[in-house]
Design a protein around this ligand. Sequence first.
Ligand SMILES: Nc1nc2c(c(=O)[nH]1)N[C@H]1C(S)=C(S)[C@@H](COP(=O)(O)O)O[C@H]1N2
Ligand SMILES: [Mo]
Length: 527
Amino acid sequence: MAAPPSTRPPSTGSPGVLSRAATGVVAVLLVLGVGELLAAATDPDASPFFAVGGTTVDRAPAWAREFAIGTFGTADKPALFVGMSVLLAVCAVVAGLIERPRRPYGGALLAALGAVGVYAALHRPEATATAAIPTVIAVVVGMLFLQFAIRALWTPRGGEDPASPNPDRRRFLVVLGAGVAVAVVAGAVGRYLADRLAVVLEDRDRFRVPLAADAAPAIPPGADLTTGPRAVPGATAFVTTNRDFYRIDTALQVPRLTTADWRLRIHGMVDRETTLTWDDLAAFETVERLVTLTCVSNEVGGDLAGNARWTGYRIADILDRVGVHPDADMLLSTSVDGFTVGTPVEVLRDGRDALLAVAMNGEPLPLQHGYPARQVVPGLYGYVSATKWVVDWELTRFDRAEAYWTRRGWAAKGPIRTASRIDVPARSARLTAGPVVVAGTAWAQHRGIDRIEVRVDGGPWQEAEPATEYSVDTWRQWRWVWDASPGDHTLEVRAVDGTGAIQDEQRRPPVPDGATGLHSRTVTVVA
Ligand SMILES: Nc1nc2c(c(=O)[nH]1)N[C@H]1C(S)=C(S)[C@@H](COP(=O)(O)O)O[C@H]1N2
Ligand SMILES: [Mo]
């Protein structure tokens, strides 16, 4: 008897070349798509594909560059991307062909490509260690996919017929399709976010910082310990650069808001509900001030404080325009990302320079610091005053509303506590006996710093030399010359604020309303 005709082709023992190659290609697409999305959401310079491209351009030897420009002209960058894509496609096909169930050779190839991406991302200008994260996660996703899909290709359907190990085509196609879908969606969303960022960056480039009708007083010589003939090496600069300014917020992705899209809706207990557009701001007087910001989470001796030149509009002027009800005691401000802050209305209207700021140190606000508009209120910790990307003001009451951090255990009101810090000599410094310059900074925003005192090994307090005071809203530097004797010594500092109150010496953690205690530094002096 003749055998019945087989409906299935006999098993060849290994799935088709095309399917395996396709699996490799989809795995690489996933790496690119996921990498693009994660980079766009965190750090656009960390995109594996574009980091490799950028690093190739930067590292290309002169002859290669000459050749590329000579051959492709202004299309040298598209040519680079095409070249990279061809190379990637070849690697993708190879990865698919060499991957085996439980033997992820193709995955190893993806990891090797990923290593190149990580290297490139870490070597972009201004890159930090986190630039590696998008590539690492994307490669892991790609490797898992590759192994999963290849297993679908090799595993017999349900395993019920071990004699004919035919792959489950349908399951394989579903896995492959899902991979393509995720790669495409991730890539598209990633590109959208990246374009959105480009739009905001262009908007920021076009933005001209308004000239201040009421400019900040000049910084007197002697306010800054880092300049002048008596400059102290290692001291903290009086004005913090935008790059060095601490950053604290809850935003996983920095909000991307253009001046055209920006609105400030003012509502609640007001006479006239108003929505301000960017152009409406021009009606208010432009003010420029130096103000020191501090985070409530700053530990004793910590660096979550910075001093910048802010340009903007008086919050009080804007509040006057809408007419605040007398029983409203809280300005509940909301960021475009939903973060909320509750600020006492009284503080905003007591004459201090509470600003809706649009510029920082003469530049439009950096995206991370609240572009296009944020609040700056002298004397209050950031969590109760300094709303970045602010788009909504509700006039309300502290007994009706609760802001983001208050709901999470922090105090409803947060005046800044008097603090002082030793910056020089450095931690665990080894010094030579004799005169040693000790220096640092101290702050008590809106009360000012009157006096700074230093003591050695718990001895008597000795008055340090304060730098020239700029204003009660900025920090004040100080220096003290110590006649150091050999041995291990502990230096401590304390400040006296403008009301004559001595800094609180009792050690308390930052929660719920700011750390207290003295900053100390232990140093070794050798003969
Ligand atoms: N939108 C938004 N604004 C915010 C925050 C935030 O998480 N989201 N954090 C606040 C806190 S706690 C501080 S200390 C300051 C820090 O401002 P900076 O990042 O510009 O230094 O921003 C404040 N404004
Ligand atoms: Mo903060």
